[in-house]
Ligand binder design. Structure first.
Ligand code: F6R
Length: 607
């Protein structure tokens, strides 16, 4: 979603604010802005489009204050124009906001009746006016904020600057993350630890309903009841280097190539290599007693859950109900007491998934969370926290987080099977040894990067692309289609191979490439029949399979991508590589913005 940063410094802060925004650009990049308090004035600069435009505005019209706030936006209310860009300000108060103020219309009406005028179409501007109205009437910044916060419905994090109080900023958090950073004679606010990484490693995570006053001397934190609260200061561990591309052209490319390493790290924390066993953290519930598993997630994380459904059903024989988070809550799911509800999220902040988590918690489910940000809201609300160790994922299209999620989920399915007595020691050893082969197989898959780059020219001119897969490769077909459409803007759909003849086959002609994901194995023959149906209608096939599969069905394909022969359990991890690389190279050929595709943002903290 949006990224916010605030600095109460000793030196001019504009450059550091812009640097902080650079590290948060993945959260939103359709407009940006900053405001500093300087010489009894609020100095505000804003620009439509990428952060570079704000840099140009600042070059032409620099600012000089030592205290300021800044924002990079992913539009919710109002088009991405300079006028709708944050900070929003009155003469007295400037504010940046991440999230949504659901009751902004009624608040705006109330303020209009009071004679106040608005310059933007945003929900955020009402908060600036509400605070300002009180300050103009003599309230202290603290009293004004304490008064306004309970009036806001929705999810938000805020950073607020005051013209007449050049010594302080106020931050608030409800539903969207905000961290407080402690420096030497300087203090910071940020949407995440990464934003503050080069500024300080000492941070506190605000809790739901908290608000904070920062000055050069420190922070005073209040809870939702306005009682002073203490929040532990922890070492953030975030590294600014994670937000560097190194020798890669794009973050997405770097993150694709990191997968052997980060999947090995993730597997290493759930598997014991010494005796090939699964080693999950101590659970304070009996997993063998779980009779139903509910999996909820969004987007790519949802597809990881779909793959895992096959594993939980196959190995642990537990019924699995899976849904996208935005639908889950509204279909009145039947949740029996004692079920395990598993939430999968890279960011741990996705609003739909978080709302589903809270719904399940209120309905007696044990809450398991597979998450890449161990300090995220979901992580903190989990009964069972299963971190992925992918490291910060900056490219908006998720890649390494997906394969790390799969690694954790495979280990959890095996663990559940062992505990239920459905997997004996020998079987466990075999499953674990196959999982441990994954990093090497991912490397072998990455060796095909050049071939895939050459074949991208065949796909780039297409208007539509279909992806087909069967069994656990069906979610991969959907993931492949999602990757292609989000970064290359080519319309793509993933279907279960056998489902194609029930409708999508009508789309097939010689201009619609069909990418078939089909490792050799028991389901292969059936998929080959579906390929024949495509071929018979002039369709052009890209077959992703192993040597055996390509030998049997590769002839006559427009292109083939050879994967190493792998155990079916790890095939979804390995076959994720060619679908990611194909989408990446097609986007490069098309010249789209790979890391910051249009209309998207990472970490979607609105419903
Ligand atoms: C696609 C992508 C999104 C996310 C989705 C959920 O490449 O990144 O579909 O997977 O927005 O986000 P998290 O996993 O952070 O909950």
């Amino acid at each position: 979603m949006c990224g916010i940063i605030g600095i109460v410094g000793q030196q001019p802060v504009a450059d550091r604010l812009v640097d902080g925004l650079k590290r948060m650009e993945y959260r939103g990049y359709d407009s940006s802005g900053l405001c500093v308090v300087d010489g009894g004035e609020l100095q505000r600069r804003r620009a439509e489009g990428k952060l570079g435009n704000l840099v140009e505005v600042l070059k032409a019209d620099p600012v000089d204050g030592t205290i300021g706030i800044a924002h990079t936006r992913w539009a919710t209310h109002g088009a991405p124009t300079a006028n709708n860009a944050h900070p929003h300000a009155t003469a007295q108060v400037a504010l940046v906001h991440n999230g949504i103020i659901e009751n902004f219309k009624e608040l705006r009406e109330e303020l209009r009746r009071d004679g106040r005028t608005f310059e933007s179409e945003t929900d955020s501007e009402v908060v600036a006016h509400l605070v300002s109205r009180l300050v103009e009437n003599g309230a202290s910044p603290q009293d004004a904020v304490a008064d306004v916060l309970p009036r806001l419905r929705g999810a938000f994090s805020l950073a607020i600057a005051f013209r007449d109080h050049p010594e302080m900023l106020i931050g608030a958090r409800l539903g969207s993350p905000l961290v407080v950073g402690y420096g030497e004679g300087e203090m910071f606010l940020g949407s995440d630890a990464l934003a503050l990484a080069p500024l300080t490693q000492r941070i506190s995570y605000l809790e739901e309903g908290d608000w904070v006053v920062i000055t050069r001397e420190g922070a005073q934190i209040f809870d939702a009841e306005n009682k002073e609260a203490t929040r532990e200061i922890v070492a953030s561990g975030a590294s600014a280097a994670a937000v560097e591309k190194g020798n890669y052209r794009h973050f997405m490319q770097k993150e694709i190539f990191e997968q052997p390493t980060v999947v090995a790290q993730t597997l290493g924390s759930y598997l014991r290599q010494a005796d090939n066993s699964v080693a999950l953290p101590q659970l304070d519930f009996d997993i063998s007693e779980i009779r139903r598993l509910t999996i909820v997630a969004c987007g790519t994380s949802y597809y990881a859950g779909m793959v895992a459904k096959y594993w939980f059903e196959h190995f642990a024989r537990v019924p699995v109900d899976i849904d996208v988070a935005s639908e889950f809550r509204y279909r009145e799911p039947v949740l029996e007491d004692g079920g395990l509800a598993l939430f999968i999220s890279q960011s741990g902040e996705t609003a739909d998934t978080l709302a589903a988590l809270r719904h399940c918690k209120a309905n007696g489910q044990v809450i398991g969370v597979v998450v890449n940000v161990p300090t995220s809201t979901m992580a903190r609300e989990a009964d069972l926290l299963l971190p992925t160790h992918a490291g910060p994922e900056i490219g908006v299209a998720s890649t390494k987080a997906f394969t790390c999620q799969l690694a954790v989920l495979a280990a959890l399915a095996a663990h559940m099977a062992v505990k239920k007595g459905l997997m004996n020691r020998e079987e466990e050893q075999s499953v674990v040894s196959h999982l441990l082969e994954t990093p090497a197989c991912l490397n072998a898959a990455l060796d095909h990067d050049d071939d895939i780059a050459s074949m991208a020219h065949l796909i780039a001119p297409a208007r539509d692309v279909l992806y087909l897969g069967r069994g656990q490769d069906y979610p991969l077909a959907m993931e492949g289609a999602l990757k292609l459409k989000e970064i290359s803007y080519i319309h793509a759909e993933g279907y279960a191979s056998g489902e194609m003849k029930h409708g999508p086959i009508a789309l097939i002609d010689d201009e619609v490439p069909v990418v078939v994901i089909a490792p050799s194995g028991p389901l292969f023959e059936k998929t080959v029949s579906n390929m024949e149906e495509v071929r018979a209608r002039g369709g052009k096939i890209v077959l992703i399979s192993d040597a055996e599969g390509l030998e049997e069905a590769g002839e006559g394909c427009m292109a083939t991508i050879e994967m190493p022969k792998v155990h079916p359990l790890i095939a979804p991890l390995v076959y994720a590589i060619p679908v990611q690389l194909l989408a990446y190279h097609v986007a490069v050929v098309k010249g789209t913005d790979v890391d910051q595709p249009r209309n998207l943002a990472k970490s979607v903290t609105v419903e």
